[in-house]
Structures are given as structure tokens and as C-alpha cells.
Write a protein that binds this ligand. Structure first.
Ligand code: 5GP
Ligand code: ZN
Length: 146
């Protein structure tokens, strides 16, 4: 798609440090890495959000993410663990609207982490959890929104 930086990388118009590509996805190094080795698994097809990713493409993103995680663990780069991260929508931190999976190598003292809300740690009452679960079950029972 015109104006999409990831489509430009896929087309070879914008340079990137590509580590892998196949018919479904490409994986390249993030230009502003959170930590050394941080890479992105990106569908070749321009898909903006999570809901639009066809199951076969999603499966490919996940399985190539697994392969990238394994490669990172064996790469010699600092990597004692891995986080997968996918931001869907602006409120979730998505800045490039071509869906992508972050693969982030982790090691003690890397300085990266999630910021938890102040109330985190309080176990929620079962009736509150059940109320939320009921809303989600209800949504699941309706046909998927187009
Ligand atoms: P998001 O915030 O949408 O989850 O992540 C977008 C990611 O794409 C960011 O981590 C950002 O550093 C990366 N990014 C943005 N523009 C470019 C680019 O031109 N090349 C590469 N390799 N990564 C990019
Ligand atoms: Zn795109």
C-alpha cells in the first residue's frame, strides 16, 4: 500500500536488515530496537489490524515468530528469554498500521519491561471475573463483526 513503510520494505524500496522471508511473511530488524536483536515478523500482504489477518497468515506469523525466537536464543546475542508483542490499534501502541509481531529477546537487566497499573496485584472477586467472562462469552456467541 502506498505510504506504508512496511510495504516499502517488502517491495525492496526501503532498506531493512532482513533475516527471513517466505511466501507469507518477512522478518527484519526493528529500526528502533527496544533491545539488541528486536525484530518484527510482518505479513507480505498489507493488513492493517489483528481482525483482518487471515488464520493461515496468523499461523505463519506465529510459527515464524517461534523460529525467530529459537534463532535469537542460538545467535550469541543476549537472549535468556523472549517476549512476543502485537499492538492492535492506537490505544494499544500501534504506530505502523501494517500488522506485525514483535519478537523481543530478553535478558536480566535489559531495562525493558511492562508498566503495570497501580492496582495490579489485587486478586479480583470471582463474581467480577464471572461478569467479565459472561460479556466475552456473549460476544463469542454472536457472529463475528465485519
Ligand atoms: P508498533 O508501535 O506499531 O507496534 O511498532 C512499529 C515498529 O516498527 C516500531 O518498533 C518501530 O521502531 C518500527 N519501525 C518503524 N519504521 C520502521 C522502518 O522504517 N524500518 C524498520 N526496520 N522498522 C521500523
Ligand atoms: Zn503495508
Amino acid at each position: 500500500m502506498a505510504g506504508c513503510v512496511f510495504c516499502e520494505i517488502i517491495a525492496g524500496v526501503t532498506p531493512a536488515s532482513v533475516v527471513y522471508r517466505d511466501d507469507l511473511v518477512i522478518a527484519f530488524m526493528d529500526i528502533r530496537p527496544l533491545v539488541e536483536g528486536h525484530l518484527l515478523v510482518v505479513p507480505n500482504q498489507h493488513i492493517s489490524g489483528l481482525a483482518d489477518i487471515p488464520p493461515s497468515v496468523g499461523a505463519g506469523m506465529f510459527s515464524i515468530g517461534q523460529r525467530m525466537a529459537s534463532a535469537l536464543r542460538h545467535s550469541g546475542l543476549p537472549c535468556a528469554g523472549i517476549n512476543f508483542f502485537l499492538a492492535d490499534g492506537e490505544a494499544a501502541g500501534q504506530t505502523v498500521f501494517h500488522a506485525h509481531l514483535h519478537v523481543i529477546p530478553r535478558h536480566p537487566g535489559d531495562g525493558f519491561g511492562l508498566r503495570f497499573p497501580p492496582r495490579y496485584g489485587h486478586r479480583q472477586a470471582q463474581d467480577a471475573l464471572e461478569h467479565q467472562a459472561e460479556k466475552i462469552r456473549e460476544a463469542l456467541s454472536r457472529p463475528p463483526a465485519q
